[in-house]
Design a protein around this ligand. Structure first.
Ligand code: C3B
Length: 838
């Protein structure tokens, strides 16, 4: 901080809330412990120390945040609004230290206070406000937006309970409520003054306004208050800090007076509980939940709050909404916020008096839609009766959008009722539904998939008609991940090794990793890389020992890792078939020369997804047998890491040798874990699915273990009437594995336990495990052979990291900014707040 002296000179003063000096940090830390936590060191808990440090860091964020917001207010900027029902941001403390560039100072400062920084970082409860890939992508994108100085707001839901904590009991998943707010959240600031009201239910009526224009108004029968909670999202080594604004539902101010007056105390409390329910809990499915009213209420609630907020911000700077779309870009993260199309129309017409045509132009120019899935069952739809009873005005608007849209279709395809029912926003083939993807497509000026293959399949299949109609709306935006969290924070050893050779500018410009390539041929560098990998694997081995009581060998064993949500299409059970195959080889020939492997799994199953939960049980049951069989002599180990989340994943990616990306071709939209592994030097075994295709292109075919059917072969096999039984009966090794599972070999005393799983493979096998089995096993044998040549494996590992620059979320965000959002950088200058007047 600079202070002016009376004589006009200036002196440098370290401010306790902004300074980076060690002494200043120590003073601020003690101060916060005393004045915020109300503790002195002797009685402070670890959490008190964590909180004191978090506030110390938050103060330093606030300065940048307020400067950023001030800059956006003063300047003519376009703001990117990322609308997402999920933001899986991960713990803040460590990340903010990296982005502020003060990790070393703070480590020293707390060290001098007798504390260990890593212990304090570990205290943080991560905000699990997402299920998996989609929510985590939103978090990476917020970080990259800030890093590239793009004004942005992330709009979402402040769930009181995030994704459940997973415990494993007797091999089964048990779900525990995630009480992440229990000890307070130092990173958020409630902004009660910016609360908004959201209606639900009721009816609509038409009227004529003073100018005798026909108007409609919505008279909801319930009102919910939305209170924003803001969390600053700081960019890496820049002054920009953007806002993650999450909405909490509360009862409106006025809710209880009347009820209290008539003595209906319970009725009043009931209404309060009802309101607060809306943001109570995250739905723990990574596919949509059909027909749950509360879920639709959540979606509408946060979208309406956010759009009202955007309009308020706009009108605080401008006197008309005419140029709204020039000042805001709203990205729909999947269809979850797509009811926003109807809500923005309503706000513009019913509340702000615009005519349909202008409102529609603004709406289409504002919104863009990202699709994240190809699973047909995952396309969101809401029954007309539910939708209409909750959002009667929005249903009218959707009918009108549909009417106008289908008029256009009728002109384009005369006498073609098939086209009308194909395109309609209303599915009326049976019970009637609102099709949210159609609403999103029609209401947006841009539509994108999240990997090249995925976008092609959208155009060819899922959204084919829309592509034929509006080819110019479609583009691909391959996902990316932030190297700050997934390399610098998670893997300091790797970061240091890379930086020792090529400097540290790669952290903001990931393409520079390419300059690492020549070092792949440098024996000394390879040795250093190997040592680094060993050290990082040792850290995970230690954690596995602590958490699971299983001893694994970080030095000679190949760490073969599959971490992601448990899903049949992701085929964790194919991985298990391979483990059993290796186990059987050992049982037949205990002295067989086999490459030691540690199979590591992690991931949550949706609580109502029976098959996924059975897969978890199978993994743990196989682990029990394999880990304890003396014939195996520790050469194979199977580990299921409980409660896979952002925090745990940061230990896992760096320690992996082999990344399992083995979904059925055409099912995984992109994947982003695949990128985190490869950036950390793991080699990939994978199908030609999602972003695997592009990863393979980048790292080189010879450095990627490819197996399995291609997308068109999958389609072909299915259309020819796939019969898994043929693979079962013609492959003795596979048959033995499946028979073993059915016979109860891994479930002593309950031979029927895994019958549903085996039956599903033998009689349906929707995801073609049996068809891909042999190809997978052969490929895994090539992996083992490759791993025997450590030196060459290391070379390939280095090349993997060096060639992954494309998968930075910075690149993805640049593409969105250019092609979809028309948004640009707005650098933020730090202003001095303390200015003594001369
Ligand atoms: C996921 C997809 O399953 C992944 O392939 C993809 O990488 C990510 O989104 C991010 O694009 N996804 C998800 O996590 N939840 C959904 N409801 C749909 C897709």
């Amino acid at each position: 901080m600079i202070q002016n002296l009376p004589n006009g000179n200036q002196i440098h003063i370290e401010d306790d809330r902004t300074g980076f000096d060690i002494e200043t940090l120590k003073r601020a830390f003690s101060d916060n412990l005393f004045y915020i936590q109300g503790k002195f060191p002797e009685i402070a808990t670890k959490n008190d120390f964590y909180m004191a440090l978090a506030y110390t860091v938050r103060d330093r964020l606030l300065r940048r945040w307020l400067n950023s917001q001030q800059t956006y207010l003063k300047q003519d900027v376009k703001i990117v609004c990322y609308l997402s029902a999920e933001f899986l941001v991960g713990p803040h403390l460590g990340k903010n230290l990296i982005n502020l560039g003060i990790a070393d100072q703070v480590r020293q400062a707390v060290g001098e206070c007798g504390l260990n920084l890593d212990d304090l970082i570990e205290q943080e409860e991560e905000p699990g406000l997402g299920n998996g890939g989609l929510g985590r992508l939103a978090a990476c994108y917020m970080e990259s937006l800030a890093t590239q100085d793009i004004p942005a707001i992330g709009y979402g839901i402040r769930y009181e309970f995030g994704i459940f904590d997973q415990e494993i009991c007797d091999g089964w998943q048990v779900e525990i409520t995630d009480k992440w707010l229990r000890y307070g959240n130092p990173w958020e600031i409630p902004r009660t003054e910016a609360s908004v009201e959201v209606g639900l239910g009721g009816y609509t009526e038409s009227y004529y306004d003073e100018q005798n224009r026909y108007r409609v108004r919505w008279l909801p029968d319930r009102t919910i208050k939305g209170v924003p909670y803001d969390t600053p999202i700081l960019g890496y080594k820049t002054n920009t800090a953007n806002t993650l604004r999450l909405w909490k539902a509360e009862a409106p101010e006025s809710f209880n007076f009347q009820a209290f007056n008539v003595g209906d105390y319970y009725g009043a409390v009931n209404q309060k509980t009802y309101s607060e329910n809306i943001t109570k809990v995250l739905y723990p499915n990574d596919e949509p939940i059909q027909g749950k009213q509360l879920r639709l209420e959540q979606q509408f609630f946060f979208v309406s709050c956010s759009l009202q907020d955007m309009i308020r911000i706009h009108l605080s700077k401008e006197n008309s909404l005419d140029n709204f779309a020039d000042k805001f870009a709203a990205q729909l993260n999947d269809t979850h916020p797509s009811v926003g199309v109807a809500e923005l129309m309503r706000l513009l017409m019913d509340v702000h008096d615009l005519e349909w045509e202008q409102a529609w132009e603004i709406t289409q120019k504002t919104f863009a839609y990202t699709n994240h899935t190809l699973l047909p069952e995952a396309l969101e739809k809401w029954s007309l009766s539910l939708f209409g009873s909750l959002l009667p005005r929005h249903l009218e608007i959707i009918y009108e959008i549909n009417h106008r849209f289908l008029n256009g279709i009728r002109t384009l395809y005369p006498d073609n009722p098939g086209k009308l029912s194909y395109f309609s926003l209303i599915d009326d083939s049976g019970e009637k539904y609102v099709r949210m993807a159609h609403l999103a497509c029609v209401g947006s000026h841009a539509i994108n998939g999240v990997a090249e293959l995925h976008t092609e399949l959208l155009k060819k299949d899922v959204l084919r008609g829309f592509y034929e109609l509006w080819p110019q709306k479609f583009s691909n935006k391959t996902n990316g991940v932030t190297p700050r969290r997934w390399m610098v924070l998670s893997n300091p050893e790797l970061t240091q090794l890379i930086t020792s050779k090529i400097g540290d500018t790669w952290i903001k410009n990931l393409d520079e990793l390419r300059s690492l390539e020549p070092f792949a041929d440098d024996p000394a560098f390879r040795e250093a890389w190997r040592q680094m990998k060993k050290q990082v694997k040792g850290r995970l081995a230690h954690r596995i020992q602590q958490r699971c009581g299983i001893t694994v060998d970080p030095n000679y064993s190949l760490f073969d890792v599959q971490v992601k949500r448990i899903h049949e299409y992701k085929r964790q059970h194919l991985n298990v078939l391979h483990i059993i195959t290796l186990y059987n080889r050992i049982k037949k020939n205990p002295n067989i020369d086999i490459v030691p492997r540690t199979f590591i799994f992690g991931g949550k199953a949706a609580p109502s997804y029976f098959m996924a939960k059975l897969i978890i049980k199978l993994i743990n049951s196989v682990a029990e047998v394999v880990n304890n069989d003396p014939d195996v002599r520790g050469r194979l180990k199977v580990v299921f890491i409980p409660d896979y989340n952002v925090t745990n994943s940061q230990l896992v990616y760096p320690a992996s040798d082999l990344s399992e990306q083995i979904s059925t071709a055409g099912k995984e939209a992109s994947g982003t874990g695949n990128m985190k592994f490869s950036l950390n030097g793991a080699l990939t075994i994978g199908t030609l699915d999602g972003a695997n295709v592009e990863i393979r292109q980048q790292v080189g075919e010879e450095n990627f273990f490819l197996f399995g059917l291609k997308t068109d072969e999958v389609y072909q096999m299915k259309s020819q009437g796939y019969n898994p039984w043929e693979f079962y009966s013609s492959n003795g090794v596979l048959r033995e594995v499946l028979d073993q599972i059915s016979s109860g070999y891994f479930s002593p005393g309950d031979s029927n336990l895994f019958k549903p799983l085996v039956d599903s493979l033998l009689y349906h096998d929707e995801y073609l495990l049996l068809a891909d089995y042999q190809s997978y096993i052969d490929c895994q044998d090539r992996v083992s052979e490759a791993y025997r040549d450590w030196d060459n494996w290391t070379r390939i590992s280095i090349l993997n990291t060096a060639r992954m620059g494309k998968f930075s979320s910075d690149r993805a965000i640049r593409e969105y900014c250019q092609d979809i959002w028309n948004a640009s950088s707005v650098p933020v200058e730090l202003e001095e707040y303390v200015q003594a007047k001369a």
